[in-house]
Ligand binder design. Structure first.
Ligand SMILES: Cc1cc2nc3c(=O)[nH]c(=O)nc-3n(C[C@H](O)[C@H](O)[C@H](O)COP(=O)(O)OP(=O)(O)OC[C@H]3O[C@@H](n4cnc5c(N)ncnc54)[C@H](O)[C@@H]3O)c2cc1C
Length: 417
């Protein structure tokens, strides 16, 4: 049986960054990442917009505000050192009517308070100099926003973690966890794997993994699919063009995104999905759908946001409606510009009162840390989230600094195996 000191469940960008940080800070501890898929970053971390966010939107004092801009800087340094391509192409958040301008002004204040560097408020002329095809009455320009391939970043974290002595076990989906003699035993298709402590970074299944350990995370992950189209006329977009978001929702609104491979995408919307890894419009998992429907928080959320939910469903089913919402930002885009649909699924945490959690949610118990919710800008913030998680683990698990071959546990210092 494989035995480790710390098992990180989930080989997405957060689990890999966490394992990397653990192997750097505590090199004598045996660390493994258990990933259910044959490769890393096959879900949120490999299916996102690829934006390095500057930290504009988030409530001052929130973890998102605290982690995002520093996370972006650390990420760029990591990419510089490993030769991973990224581009600081800049981003516009555009108000398309005068009614949106007060919210744009609020965002400007908020972004500046959060430490997003170099924000500029642009009038219509300067806006058109930055993005000649964009509509808008005013816009925030953020020069410190960029693009990168987070799948590539995740694989680089994994390589570095393995160089430091950590192990990556793919095809090792954790289906059950039991406790015996101060250790945790995880059932996986690769057999039983044991660890003294666990860090749960299972993304769309983080709440389920917490429940496997007998914890009540107090939220349920409700999957929201984000659908994209590739835009044929790339010349319409130079960088990133975003709408002013609805302040009541955690999503940023369908936008135009230049990708690091030079392609341009439009999306994502936010459509309720009936399978946690349901990337197709018809994806359906009976067990997962029933689980969502049985959750009181789901019904309270639906009652509060039914209008937006229905309009997102309509925009998902009607390409014409999707196009019209894009034309508000970029009037020249046409139906025959929309090609190659794709999708990602967001893990959106919803509490029992039906509130959509806006911030990251990370909790600890004696033998586990649970990254219960790490939505956007989770990829941008991966290196700051991982530092925070490892600091929590050091405290909760009593990890000692470099040079010790045992995890000194609060319950009496178990030997490392
Ligand atoms: C459509 C979309 C657009 C986004 N755009 C951006 C963006 O532009 N910029 C940004 O910063 N962020 C963005 N995000 C958010 C970002 O992608 C996430 O914050 C980040 O990827 C979360 O990483 P993770 O490791 O928590 O989750 P994941 O990448 O989902 O990884 C979790 C891993 O756990 C594995 N797993 C699950 N259950 C088990 C189990 N029982 N046993 C073993 N393994 C298990 C899964 O297979 C998966 O590999 C976007 C997200 C989406 C969906």
């Amino acid at each position: 049986m494989a035995r480790f000191d710390i098992a990180v469940i989930g080989g997405g960008i957060i689990g890999l960054a966490t394992a990397l940080r653990l192997t750097e800070a505590y090199p004598r501890h045996a660390v493994a990442v258990l990933e259910k898929e044959p490769a890393v970053a096959m879900h949120q971390s490999g299916r996102n917009s690829g934006v390095i966010h500057a930290g504009i939107y988030y409530a001052p004092g929130s973890q998102k505000a605290n982690f995002c801009s520093t996370g972006g800087r650390l990420l760029r340094r990591f990419c510089d050192e490993r030769g991973i391509e990224y581009e600081m192409c800049g981003k516009l958040i555009t108000a398309v009517s005068e009614e949106e301008e007060p919210r744009l002004a609020d965002l400007y204040e908020r972004g500046t308070a959060n430490g997003a560097e170099g924000l500029e408020m642009l009038g219509p002329e300067r806006l058109r100099e930055v993005e000649p095809h964009a509509a808008g009455t005013r816009a925030i320009f953020s020069p410190n926003t960029g693009i990168v391939d987070y799948g590539r970043v995740s694989r680089a974290y994994a390589e570095e973690m393995r160089r430091n002595g950590g192990e990556l076990l793919t095809g090792a989906g954790v289906n059950g966890i039991t406790r015996r003699d101060g250790r945790l035993y995880m059932e996986t298709p690769r057999g039983e794997i044991s660890a003294r402590r666990v860090i749960n970074c299972a993304g769309l299944y983080a709440d389920r993994v917490a429940r496997m350990m007998g914890e009540d995370p107090g939220i349920r992950v409700v999957p929201f699919r984000g659908e994209y189209f590739s835009i044929r006329r790339r010349e319409l977009v130079r960088g990133l063009i975003y709408p002013v978001p609805d302040p009541n929702l955690p999503f940023l609104g369908a936008h135009f995104t230049k990708r690091i491979d030079g392609s341009v995408e439009a999306g994502p919307n936010a459509v309720l999905a009936f399978a946690r890894e349901g990337y197709g419009k018809a994806s359906f998992d009976l067990g997962e759908a029933l689980e969502t429907l049985a959750y009181p928080g789901f019904w309270r959320m639906s009652a509060a946001h039914w209008r937006t939910g229905l309009s997102e469903q309509y925009r998902s089913l009607s390409k014409g409606a999707f196009l019209r919402s894009l034309q508000a930002l970029l009037p020249e885009v046409r139906m025959d510009d929309l090609a190659e649909p794709g999708a990602g699924v967001r893990a959106q945490a919803v509490d029992r009162r039906g509130r959509l959690l806006q911030d990251f949610a990370i909790s600890e118990t004696e033998d586990a840390i649970h990254v219960i919710s790490a939505p956007s800008p989770g990829a941008t913030s991966s290196l700051t989230i991982s530092r925070h998680v490892v600091e929590m683990a050091a405290r909760a698990f009593g990890l000692t600094e470099r040079g010790r071959s045992a995890i000194s546990m609060p319950n009496g210092g178990l030997e490392r195996t």
